[in-house]
Write a new protein. Structure first.
Length: 57
């Protein structure tokens, strides 16, 4: 079971890309090797939440 209040913190310099998969997103980052996590969130919502970051396009 996934805790909905669980937050994921990934340093921006490790982020490689985020891709949409339906109502989920795959977050791919490099942390001593390529890692991927799946988050129940839409790409549009992530775009809204990261809008203030000038490092994410």
């Amino acid at each position: 079971m996934i805790n909905k209040s669980k937050k994921v913190h990934i340093p921006i310099h490790t982020l490689l890309y985020i891709e949409a998969v339906g109502n989920y997103i795959n977050v791919v980052y490099n942390n001593n090797g390529i890692k991927k996590i799946i988050v129940r969130e839409t790409l549009g919502n992530i775009g809204q939440k990261t809008r203030a970051s000038q490092n994410i396009v």
